[in-house]
Design a protein around this ligand. Structure first.
Ligand SMILES: C[S@@+](CC[C@H](N)C(=O)[O-])C[C@H]1O[C@@H](n2cnc3c(N)ncnc32)[C@H](O)[C@@H]1O
Length: 392
């Protein structure tokens, strides 16, 4: 049986009971698959199995009372800066809508609409594409608290747009929540990792034996990965970008996430990969415990995303660290326009630190903007665009 890391908080009785239910569900899938389930399927079930997965239940995932904090959950600064950049794109288009993927608690949707209203640049419609029914219900509550003029613009989509979409696409910490293939380099090639059932829980297994051919082998060869190296690869993000290339008419997609260009992602020192799990703000790298009650993520390979975008006929409009992007988007002006009280100033200064310090989200989180049919890149990238780094 896998033991919980000592630094992990004790799960409550309810959390233990829920983890036991999810574990039984996943174990049945592993049995049905012959004893070893590909890791991406395990991650998909652990996060999204209807009524069971981490994002599919009524749990407080976001914010200080949850397991992790995303930028919009920290306050209004991220949303206010992003709104200014969305406004630039909507102005160039002469109009258009916003389509947000994976809207979490609905915080960013509320902030963007409020800020765009203040900028007098509201989108025609604000569409949300959310895979989790539980989160969709929470987003609906959040939107219901908005003034009617804003709330009436919001619609939840059941499927991707069929006709050309004109406007702005937003995906904050969505790609890192998409299931990944986990692999291990061996002397014989690259093996795909899977998950098997052991007494009291799960353990790793080899799902597909080492192969000297195929995309994983060429990835390992390209980055000279030595035997023993483990990491991740995310074909689902490439497929998501390919689909964006099909339905984006004119507009820009703001993709914000933890990650690096490929040369850093597959750096010799990152030999354990980038899997990260969050349980009540403790971060660790064992996705096979607390199944269904902890978040599982893996960083984004932004070079792979950029390559998929080029293949899909999309332009790379800019790439920068979150810190550089927010400063370029007017963070200092936004700060100056709020928080008159001493208490407010302290909260604001903490928020700025979380968003911009290199030891927090400032450097590790990147902003990549893809586009089509636009003449100008978002002005936040002036002087700080690092798209060249994605060529690795
Ligand atoms: C880490 S949370 C981020 C939530 C929110 N964007 C934020 O910044 O607080 C990931 C979100 O993406 C959703 N999600 C994951 N894969 C998705 C997909 N393929 N399409 C739409 N939503 C997705 C999850 O249900 C969840 O709402």
């Amino acid at each position: 049986m896998r033991t919980l890391l000592p630094e992990l908080p004790e799960p409550s009785d309810d959390e233990r009971a829920h983890a036991a239910r999810v574990t039984a569900h996943v174990a049945a899938r592993i049995d049905a698959a012959g004893g070893c389930l590909p890791f991406d399927r395990y991650m998909e079930l652990a996060l999204y199995a209807p009524g069971l997965g981490y994002y599919a239940i009524d749990r407080q995932q976001f914010g200080s009372a949850g397991d992790f904090a995303t930028a919009p959950e920290l306050g209004r600064l991220f949303g206010a800066c992003l709104a200014r950049q969305c406004a630039g794109v909507l102005a160039e288009l002469g109009n258009g809508s916003i389509l947000e993927f994976g809207a979490g608690s609905g915080a960013l949707c509320r902030q963007l609409l409020e800020e765009l209203a203040a900028l007098d640049c509201l989108p025609e419609r604000y569409l949300v594409m959310e895979t989790s029914a539980a989160l969709k219900a929470r987003q609906m509550d959040a939107v219901a608290a908005l003034p009617a003029e804003l709330a009436r613009r919001v619609t939840w989509l059941d499927r991707l747009p069929e006709a050309a979409f004109h406007g702005v696409v937003v995906a904050n910490e969505v790609l890192d929540a998409m299931p990944v293939t986990r692999f291990a380099v061996t002397g014989q090639g690259v093996a795909r990792c899977g998950v098997r059932v052991v007494e009291g829980g799960f353990d790793w297994c080899v799902n597909e034996p080492a192969n000297a051919d195929g995309p994983l082998a060429s990835l390992a060869a390209r980055h000279d990965l030595p035997p023993g190296y483990r990491s991740e690869y995310r074909p689902r993000a490439n497929a998501w970008i390919a689909s964006l290339g099909e339905w984006l008419g004119r507009g820009a997609a703001f993709i914000v996430d933890y990650g690096y260009p490929a040369a850093e992602y597959y750096h010799p020192e990152r030999a354990r990969g980038t899997l990260q799990c969050y349980f009540r703000h403790v971060v660790h790298d064992d996705p096979l415990v607390l199944t269904g009650v902890q978040d599982i993520t893996a960083h984004v390979d932004f070079s792979a995303v950029a390559a998929a975008a080029r293949e899909a006929g999309l332009d790379i409009m800019g790439y920068a660290s979150q810190s550089a992007f927010l400063l370029g988007a007017g963070l200092m002006d936004v700060i100056g326009s709020g928080a008159p009280t001493a208490e407010g100033q302290l909260a604001l200064s903490n928020e700025v630190k979380r968003l911009t310090l290199p030891t927090e989200m400032g450097e590790l989180v990147k902003v990549l903007v893809l586009g089509r049919g636009l003449d100008r890149a978002p002005d936040a990238f002036g002087g700080v665009d690092r798209s060249q780094a994605l060529e690795s």
